[in-house]
Design a protein around this ligand. Sequence first.
Ligand code: MN
Length: 132
Amino acid sequence: MGGGEILVVEDNARNMALLRDVLQATGYGTLQAFSGREAVALAQAYWPALVLMDIRLSDMDGTEALRLLRANERTASIPVLAVTAQAMAGDRERFLAAGFDGYLSKPIDVDGLLATVRLHHRRRSADLEPNS
Ligand code: MN
C-alpha cells in the first residue's frame, strides 16, 4: 500500500529539484519519475497518494501517461495534477476535460502548488478512511 507519497513526474532536472524540495520541506514524501514510462511503473509499484504530471515528457505526452494510469485498475483512482508550461487560454478546462484532477502552470507558484496539493492529498486520504 502507498504511504502517502507524492509522485513527481518531470523530465527537467531543475524543475524536478524545485518541486521535490518544496514538497519535502512541507513534509511530504516524494517519488521521482523522469519519463512517462517510469511514472507508470512507479505508480504501480508504490501507489502514491498524488501524482504531479509534467505534460511535455521525453517519451510520451503527460496526457498519454495519465491514460495509462487510468486504464489500470490499481492506479486508476490516484489523483493526477497536470503541470505545464503551456500558458494558453483554456488550458485548465482542456486538462480537466482530459481527465486530470487539477492543473498547475509553470513557473510554479509555491503557495498555489501547496494549496492544490493539500486539497487533493487530503481528498485522497479521506477516501482511504473506512467509514468516511
Ligand atoms: Mn517537460
